[in-house]
Design a protein around this ligand. Structure first.
Ligand SMILES: C[S@@+](CC[C@H](N)C(=O)[O-])C[C@H]1O[C@@H](n2cnc3c(N)ncnc32)[C@H](O)[C@@H]1O
Length: 283
């Protein structure tokens, strides 16, 4: 089996196409998280940065704007449909030169010591062998280079996914004793596990800071529409992937009262629990 084969299939199959179709929604939903992360990291002007798991590239464009002219941002992703979207976004004016590469960041032979910043918004939780992957990416950093990414904290702290999953589990079986560290949105949620992956991969000065973010879900329609839209995202969408329409309807029926207290002005306002992770490539 090739490295990350399941993830390759997932992000290039039906789910990848759905993510690509929803990219404008995701860009609006997660734009504030990228802005907050960039304010936190303060990328220096003119640097060369890698954006890992760049998806539709909306945060690559924000990163390129922060770095400005003279710099370079290379977005890397395994998903062809997401990269199509990223490439269509084009080059923002006055920004670092933006380009994209279809590759598995875990194994791709990046030029050694060529980047100043290894950046990601929710794109580094999907590796079969995270130590090998982070080690591979670290080698792409200059000795003075640094790491700065965000990933999700535990599902129980993430209202945006806990509430829909609770509604779904009334109708579909829970996955059999899921491995908490298996590739997926919560693979790096345990900070001790995360710290150990990064230190064994050769990073130093690792810092894992807790952040709470407000996320606004929905395209501005009625409550039931916003709930159905939320059900198409994240772990709940994986739980419901093979369910017939009548089960989906029942899950939405159950989720509506759970989510109604969070519905304001056509949006579901739900909290997200995030780690802001930084580290240095050298010792
Ligand atoms: C949750 S999405 C995040 C996309 C984007 N960073 C954003 O914030 O909108 C995760 C992305 O990681 C990519 N990905 C997963 N495994 C990868 C790998 N081994 N190498 C490169 N990209 C990967 C997926 O294709 C997907 O686009």
């Amino acid at each position: 089996m090739m490295a990350n084969e399941q993830q390759h299939e997932y992000w290039n199959g039906e789910a990848g196409a759905r993510w690509a179709a929803e990219d404008d929604t995701m860009a609006a939903l997660l734009g504030p998280v990228a802005q907050e992360l960039l304010d936190y990291l303060q990328p220096e002007a003119g640097i060369h940065a890698l954006d890992i798991g760049c998806g539709g590239g909306s945060q690559s464009a924000l990163l390129a704007q922060h770095i400005g002219e003279g710099g370079e941002v290379l977005g890397v992703d395994i998903s062809a449909p997401m990269l199509d979207i990223a490439r269509r976004r084009g080059q923002p004016a006055g920004a670092a030169a933006l380009s994209f590469l279809e590759a598995d960041a875990a194994t791709y032979p990046f030029s050694a010591a060529s980047f100043d910043l290894l950046f990601s918004r929710f794109g580094v939780m999907f590796f079969d062998d995270p130590i090998a992957a982070f080690n591979n990416m670290r080698r792409a950093l200059k000795p003075s280079g640094r790491l700065g990414f965000c990933c999700w904290r535990a599902m129980k702290d993430n209202q945006w996914t806990l509430l829909p999953v609770q509604a779904a589990l009334r109708h579909v079986p829970a996955p059999e004793s899921p491995d908490p560290h298996a590739p997926g949105p919560f693979a790096l949620a345990d900070p001790r596990h995360l710290e150990s992956i990064l230190s064994v991969s050769g990073f130093s000065d690792i810092d894992i800071a807790s952040r709470d973010v407000q996320l606004a879900f929905g395209s501005g329609g009625e409550l039931r529409t916003a709930v159905a839209e939320l059900m198409a995202l994240g772990p709940v969408s994986r739980l419901l992937a093979d369910q017939p329409p009548e089960i989906l309807e029942r899950v939405v029926d159950d989720a509506v009262p759970l989510l109604e207290p969070h519905y304001r002005d056509g949006k579901l306002m739900l909290s997200g629990a995030v780690w802001f992770v930084t580290g240095l490539a050298g010792s």
